[in-house]
Design a binder for this molecule. Structure first.
Ligand code: SAM
Length: 232
């Protein structure tokens, strides 16, 4: 992967960035996403935010080597602190981090959100707590997808702030749009998850290992939810 050829995962993220966007890519690492989108003429400006020095320097080098110093600002900053009001950001990407980390970055940086930005999120796990935060903060899910790359199931969640929205517990767990679309990648992901969870339950029973009652009940509930999802 580089700024010319994105991974399939980042390529799907890139497809959700609107034409003419002013993008803040938080946790940008090498800065491949904003540089690739600028090369393609999709975005007009970007901020690449990084909390760690080495990846930030790598992003700076990529931006410089592509001659985009005046169009992509690289900032060493924690989360949404990379965004300044004068950046007039219209889309924010947060990719390749745990869902809880993405949620915490959004929550801690709430004051920097103007509410008009499209959020393009690619959590590595922790999708449920991330969707919960989006719902509680008035974000509607406008696009969701699952893709498999390098034997890993990735989810992409795109949200826009529209006002109060309500999702059920199952919708927060599986993704409301994915539950409707039932793509082959989505169904395969949950078939695999079901097998894993059933294995865990069997193992626990065989080993007579005790798990806190609450955790056990949660495991049994999730197995039932997934079974019901796949049965319909
Ligand atoms: N976004 C790229 C992608 O999806 O390929 C890079 C993902 S990399 C696994 C995660 C990056 O997020 C790391 O470079 C890490 O330093 C950065 N990061 C983690 N927490 C951050 C935070 N609070 N603010 C900014 N960057 C953060």
């Amino acid at each position: 992967m580089n700024e010319h050829t994105l991974s399939a995962r980042l390529e799907r993220v890139a497809a959700q960035v609107p034409e003419g966007a002013r993008l803040a890519d938080i946790g940008s690492d090498h800065g491949y996403l904003p540089v690739a989108l600028m090369r393609r003429g999709v975005i007009v400006a970007a901020v690449a935010g990084e909390v760690a020095l080495t990846p930030m320097l790598s992003a700076e080098r990529n931006v410089r080597e592509n001659g985009f110093e005046s169009l992509i600002i690289v900032r060493l900053a924690n989360g949404l602190e990379a965004i300044q009001p004068e950046d007039c950001i219209t889309a924010i990407s947060l990719c390749g981090m745990g869902g809880e980390t993405i949620r915490d970055i959004l929550d801690e940086g709430k004051v920097r959100l103007n509410g008009k930005e499209r959020l393009i999120l690619q959590p590595n796990g922790g999708e449920q707590p991330l969707r919960q935060w989006l719902m509680e903060n008035g974000y509607r899910l406008v696009h969701e997808e699952v893709l498999r790359e390098n034997r890993f199931d990735y989810e992409i969640i795109v949200a826009e702030r529209v006002g109060p929205v309500m999702y059920s517990d199952q919708e927060l767990y599986f993704g409301p749009l994915q539950m409707q679309a039932r793509s082959p990648a989505f169904l395969l992901k949950w078939q695999r998850r079901l097998r894993q969870k059933q294995k865990t339950l069997t193992h626990l029973a065989r080993a007579r290992q005790s798990l806190p009652e609450e955790k056990l009940q949660d495991l049994v509930r999730k197995i039932q939810w997934i079974t019901d999802l796949l049965a319909t």
